[in-house]
Ligand binder design. Structure first.
Ligand SMILES: Nc1ncnc2c1ncn2[C@@H]1O[C@H](COP(=O)(O)OP(=O)(O)OP(=O)(O)O)[C@@H](O)[C@H]1O
Ligand SMILES: [Mg+2]
Length: 239
């Protein structure tokens, strides 16, 4: 009986043969066999660096992010080489992409254990990350496509999470923008944590400043008149 079930699972995965390379297919099959998800449902975003899918899991959904083997690993390497957590990383393409996926998993875990609103990481294997699906019925929209009803309230919630990320999880997102923030029923959730670096990163202040400037510019379009420099100081200094 179990064998029959496995066979149908293998057959179902066969339909993705033209979408993924063999290693990725094997990884997806393994994660699914281990019970992290049942099957891929639909693509949310097919990007240059990563493809993101919704996948069924029991009665709900999880999110499966697959880093493409063709990703720009040189950029990934440069980011990691300056992060004290990745000293000694070899400049080997597959090793770098796998480390990048694990880095996102670890960053999500670290952020969550400090109470920052990010998706809960579920599993990581090679270039595949399984995480909580943000949204009620399918993926929540990016902030970029879904304006907040109360921009001031949304911003304050977001900046308090950026501060918590810095002060308690000691991380800087590093690629924060309205594309990497989901509007989950008027609650901000930061995603795409693969770039996030430890706050001991060289030029950490510039990175934090860049993140904050981008979101402040976005919210100032709603007439909020926020001074990004003051916000950076508030983030860096404890109350
Ligand atoms: N946990 C999640 N829940 C719901 N939707 C998600 C989740 N993670 C990602 N998405 C959706 O997939 C899109 C792409 O995800 P993400 O930003 O992590 O990847 P990316 O920009 O392709 O990655 P990278 O910058 O690492 O190449 C997001 O903008 C969002 O719409
Ligand atoms: Mg993104």
């Amino acid at each position: 009986m179990a064998k029959q079930k496995e066979l149908t699972r293998a057959e179902r995965f066969k339909s993705y043969e033209h979408v993924f390379d063999h290693g990725t297919l094997r990884g997806l099959f393994k994660l699914s066999s281990q019970g992290y998800f049942d099957e891929l449902k639909s693509p949310i975003k097919m990007g240059k660096e990563a493809s993101v899918f919704s996948a069924t899991k029991d009665d709900g959904l999880v999110c499966v992010k697959i880093y493409r083997i063709a990703a720009n690993f040189k950029k990934m390497f440069d980011y990691m080489a300056a992060d004290s957590r990745y000293v000694g990383l070899k400049k080997n393409k597959m090793a770098i992409i796998y480390a990048w996926a694990r880095k996102e998993y670890r960053n999500l875990l670290r952020a969550r254990s400090s109470g920052v609103k990010v998706p809960k990481p579920i599993a990581v294997f090679k270039n595949i990350l399984v995480m909580e699906m943000i949204g009620n019925n399918g993926a929540a929209p990016q902030l970029n496509n879904s304006y907040p009803k109360d921009p001031k309230k949304f911003y304050e919630n977001l900046i308090s999470n950026v501060k918590k990320l810095y002060q308690d999880a000691n991380l800087i997102h590093g690629d924060l923008s309205a594309f990497n923030i989901l509007n989950d029923n008027q609650t901000p959730v930061m995603i795409d944590m693969s770039h996030a670096v430890d706050f001991q990163y060289p030029n950490n202040k510039e990175l934090l400043e860049r993140d904050i400037k981008i979101i402040v510019n976005y919210f100032n379009k709603f007439n909020l008149k926020i001074d990004y420099k003051k916000e950076v100081e508030k983030c860096i200094h404890k109350k």
